[in-house]
Design a protein around this ligand. Structure first.
Ligand SMILES: [Zn+2]
Length: 294
């Protein structure tokens, strides 16, 4: 494996880091990776990490559920049931903050479920997906051409851009945010969902927390990191919204990573506790609604 070490914090440009946690890749490689903490601002990042030419190898697993459409097993069954409700909630959230059914870009559309939900609801929606297998499924599901990267939509404008659990996978964070900002209409909104390392389930499971998902998750965003990062690019946070379903699924995986056993009741209980403590702005994952400053 060739590795990249992060020498500069993408949030504050700090150059000193201290070890935070060592986490194992439970889904693909079984290798261990270090999460480092920026000494200046506290941002958590995976470093060293596989270099760009080998990172793709760490996505090759049937367990990597966001790219899989198999319905085997109770977890996957529950996941797909919940996903239906979650898709509807996502669409309602987008429509609440845009107040229009205009143009939408789903960046990192995976197998196209949200994209096709938007198209069916009357949006002019485009999708981007770098993974070839997921992209070909998305093209069938959404019945349209899916772009490979942000470079292919350069010059276009969107009323809404969504990134559902995508930003934590993006290697060139600041460049990507600048591109996203340029793709938004004046009143457009960027909707970003990411895992929340300050949630109760993250603090409880520590290195076994499934949403660290190293080395695929390169960054681990706290609320102040998202705020600071987007502020640098002339954007501000309009709203932070909860994602209550994630706590159950993440707790189920985390319990399995911690104990080696699948324990549904225990996981449901942990998920329930996490949501109970979270209020509206500290759930296992959070949705940020971001706008450009006038
Ligand atoms: Zn920093």
């Amino acid at each position: 494996m060739t590795e990249d070490i992060i020498h500069q914090c993408p949030v504050c440009s700090g150059t000193e880091f201290s070890p935070f946690l060592i986490c194992k890749d439970y889904t693909v490689s079984r290798e261990s990776f270090q999460i480092q903490e920026c000494k200046a601002c506290g941002f958590l990042l995976t470093s060293p990490r596989p270099s760009l030419d080998t990172l793709g190898d760490y996505y090759k697993s049937n367990d990597y559920i966001s790219h899989s459409d198999t319905q085997k097993g109770l977890i996957n069954w529950a996941y797909h049931r919940v996903r239906k409700i979650a898709l509807k909630n996502k669409l309602e959230l987008v429509q609440k903050y845009t107040q229009t059914k205009g143009s939408l870009l789903d960046n990192g559309c995976g197998t196209g479920a949200f994209l096709s939900t938007c198209i069916q609801a009357g949006w002019q929606a485009d999708g981007i997906e770098p993974d070839a297998d997921a992209r070909s499924i998305a093209e069938k599901v959404a019945q349209k051409n899916i772009f490979l990267s942000l470079n292919e939509v350069e010059g276009k404008k969107y009323d809404a851009i969504t990134m559902w659990h995508v930003l934590e996978h993006v290697p060139d964070l600041n460049e990507t945010i600048e591109k996203l900002k340029n793709l938004l209409t004046e009143k457009g909104v960027l909707i970003v969902a990411v895992p929340n390392p300050e949630s109760d389930d993250a603090l409880y499971f520590k290195e076994h927390w499934a949403a660290y998902d190293v080395p695929r998750h390169l960054w681990h965003f706290k609320k102040k990191d998202i705020t600071g990062l987007f502020k640098k690019h002339g954007c501000s946070i309009k709203a932070i919204c909860p994602m209550p379903f994630d706590a159950y699924y993440i707790s189920l995986l985390s319990t399995r990573y911690k104990t080696g056993k699948t324990q549904y009741i225990k996981a449901l209980w942990r998920g329930f506790i996490s949501n109970n403590k979270a209020g509206k702005t500290n759930t296992s994952s959070l949705i940020y609604v971001i706008e450009k400053n006038p």
